[in-house]
Design a protein around this ligand. Structure first.
Ligand SMILES: C[S@@+](CC[C@H](N)C(=O)[O-])C[C@H]1O[C@@H](n2cnc3c(N)ncnc32)[C@H](O)[C@@H]1O
Length: 198
């Protein structure tokens, strides 16, 4: 299987040991993360009992997917990541949700990365992942590919690091084709952006 690379070489997402240590370190952020996930969940345009299908891009061990699957008990998830080590950990951590999620593995810095998942999505989310590719033109290409996988009326939310300016983020959403593009929250850590497919 192809290995993903971190352009700045800060993370070794392919290593099971690194991934488990990284996941462990997230524990100190749990309260903040739960608040951010709740903010995102509150923007999801479905009733809590609605059956819808979403993809979580760079979902890691599935912290956001798990939050959404618990908030929307009839939703199902495609958990996308480039790291088999993360997928293994996610499968263990979400065991009680078996049958409502599946992992797919590919490198989102490459063209056609989303084709490992079949069908259309009602919703695509991502948390603290896409910034890892660093280059604006690759982020823009990822947004375009997400746009292509959403059904008409579908939404995309990206809760990500503020390494890019708000103008760049909003511009990448718009050039991918999204409308109603908004920064829902600008934080010193993660900011929440969203847009919908006409
Ligand atoms: C900081 S972690 C965030 C994980 C998860 N979304 C969360 O918030 O807990 C970044 C994730 O992005 C994935 N990732 C980084 N670069 C990637 C790439 N080029 N293609 C696919 N996944 C990638 C890593 O494997 C990792 O799971």
């Amino acid at each position: 299987m192809a290995q993903i690379t971190d352009p700045l070489r800060q993370h070794d997402w392919n290593s099971q040991e690194y991934v488990e240590d990284w996941a462990q370190r997230q524990r100190r952020n749990e309260t903040l993360r739960a608040r951010q996930f709740a903010l995102l969940a509150g923007k999801v345009p479905f009733e809590s009992e609605a059956a819808f299908r979403f993809m979580d891009v760079g979902c890691g061990y599935g912290a956001l997917s798990k939050f959404l699957l618990e908030s929307f008990p009839r939703a199902t998830a495609v958990c996308h990541d480039g790291s088999a080590a993360m997928a293994k950990l996610g499968g263990e951590r979400m065991k009680e949700l078996d049958g409502r999620f599946e992992y797919v593995i590919s490198d989102f810095s490459k063209k056609n990365w989303s084709h490992v998942a079949g069908g259309e999505f009602d919703l695509v989310v991502s948390c603290n992942a896409i910034h890892n590719v660093r280059a604006g033109e690759i982020i823009e290409a990822i947004y375009s590919e997400i746009f292509g996988r959403l059904r008409s009326g579908g939404r995309f939310f990206n809760l990500d690091r503020g390494s890019a300016s708000m103008d760049d983020q909003l511009g990448w959403f718009r050039s991918a084709g999204f409308q109603d593009v908004t920064c829902h929250e600008k934080g010193s850590g993660l900011s929440l952006y969203g847009g919908s497919k006409p």
